[in-house]
Design a protein around this ligand. Structure first.
Ligand code: PGA
Length: 252
């Protein structure tokens, strides 16, 4: 049985106009198979408008891979929440390990962005995860807990109701090495406990996604775990058939 109801595609710096068209057609043609599962597509900024024009059926929403913490002004190269809203964007990915590593995004910056996103009524998808050395040193939970504490700092209960947490072990991202369902569930259960302790009923409902080499052939076993409410999909979201298979697995 699946406990998943949210599947997010993170195209990263991949894709083109042809993929937006192809993906929307494949999703449209297969949507009856995963009715009720919320599907979010996060293409690069330059394809958001194109993708928005193709989403014309239920349960599929548009997401962005990043946003500025500022509302407007002299911030060359940045994109604001209002700009995303104008395109119909409903979700924003924040704190992905690639951005933490390559753009040096700190937990404090993630928190500032999460505040801007949720204040505007959009959903912030906050990513956390340990690297291999941290796992091997048995520090997984202390790393995740610190990221949660700092990345969610200052959010009100109303804002927390617009947060999704994604557990993405860094050693599993783009490597083909997936966390086993039991490994993922162990961390998800701790995240759920922490959320309930800190945000009570709101925390009990926060969707918890697993990300890191989710594929058509391992999605079903991951999604059957009690505290895995869906997936954040990188590589496998670039192929319509593979992505639909993962959405089908979420439907169960
Ligand atoms: P992956 O990426 O599915 O290619 O491992 C996951 C992510 O970083 O969102």
């Amino acid at each position: 049985m699946s406990n998943a109801s949210l599947v997010i595609a993170n195209w990263k710096m991949n894709g083109n106009r042809a993929l937006t068209r192809n993906m929307s057609e494949v999703l449209r043609d297969n949507q009856a198979d995963f009715k009720g599962v919320n599907v979010v597509i996060c293409p690069p900024y330059t394809l958001l408008s194109e993708m928005a024009g193709h989403i014309y059926y239920d349960d599929v929403a548009l997401g962005a891979q990043n946003v500025s913490e500022y509302e407007s002004g002299a911030h060359t190269g940045e994109v604001s929440v209002a700009m995303l809203q104008e395109l119909g964007v409903e979700y924003v990915l924040l704190g992905l390990s690639e951005r933490r590593a390559e753009q040096h995004e700190s937990d404090q910056l993630v928190a500032a962005k999460a505040a801007t996103v949720t204040q505007a009524g959009l959903t912030a998808v906050i990513c956390v995860g340990e690297d291999k050395a941290q796992r091997e040193a048995d520090n997984t939970w202390s790393v995740i807990q610190a990221q949660l504490e700092k990345s969610l700092a200052g959010l009100s209960a109303t804002q927390m109701a617009r947060v999704v947490v994604a557990y993405e072990p860094i050693w599993a991202i783009g490597t083909g090495e997936t966390a086993s369902p039991a490994q993922a569930q162990e961390v998800h259960a701790k995240i759920r406990g922490w959320l309930v302790e800190n945000y009570q009923q709101v925390g009990a409902k926060t969707p918890l996604l697993y990300g890191g080499s989710v594929k058509a052939n391992n999605a079903e076993s991951l999604f059957s775990e009690a505290d895995i409410n869906g997936g954040l999909i990188g590589g496998a979201s670039l192929n319509g058939e593979d992505f639909c298979a993962i959405c089908r697995a979420a439907k169960g």
